[in-house]
Design a protein around this ligand. Structure first.
Ligand SMILES: Cc1cc2nc3c(=O)[nH]c(=O)nc-3n(C[C@H](O)[C@H](O)[C@H](O)COP(=O)(O)O)c2cc1C
Length: 150
């Protein structure tokens, strides 16, 4: 069983969670790169706006999801929604079924709705506040158990 964990992360929290999930699942990790400049305060504002408007972006990644039996997607919450990089990844790769996880500062907003809308089947969901990534090991393990048994 080959599992791919594909993640976008602007400042490292979701990548940190992705690495823990990858280890727990014995999966392979791929990092989705957003080619749009998103650093600094202007980048922050534009990113929130792009996410709120459900925009796509230009991305790079290195592994082909079609080579895997299961896909697990990871994204930070931006303006209560899915990040453009992961939205683009789902569309570009025509992903229909996936588990997903996210990190956020205080409120996951409507990101779960976005995943439900874009995928035919959401296998499992894990949303963690960024500060809980290091301490909520039980939730991470429970998420991985559902993915493994799906
Ligand atoms: C543009 C932008 C918008 C954000 N919007 C939200 C939000 O609506 N709700 C929230 O709880 N956190 C929000 N955050 C905080 C991030 O979701 C949180 O810091 C996340 O852990 C960052 O993940 P990363 O380090 O993988 O990029 C936002 C961050 C950015 C950069």
């Amino acid at each position: 069983m080959k599992i791919l964990v594909a993640v976008y992360s602007r400042s490292g929290h979701t990548l940190n969670l992705a690495k823990k999930i990858t280890d727990e699942l014995g999966a392979e990790l791929d990092i989705i790169v957003d080619k749009k400049k998103r650093k600094g305060i202007i980048g922050w504002f534009l990113s929130g706006k792009d996410a709120g408007m459900k925009k796509k972006t230009e991305i790079e990644f290195s592994k082909n999801p079609k080579d895997y039996d299961k896909i697990v997607l990871g994204a930070p919450v931006w303006a209560g929604r899915m990040t453009p990089a992961v939205r683009t990844y789902i569309i570009q790769n025509n992903i229909k079924e996936s588990a997903f996880f996210c990190t956020f500062g205080g409120d996951a907003g409507k990101i779960a709705d976005d995943f439900q809308d874009m995928l035919s089947k959401v296998v499992a969901y894990l949303g963690l506040k960024a500060r809980d990534v290091e301490r909520d090991i039980e939730s991470i393990k429970a998420f991985c158990r559902i993915v493994k048994n799906s």
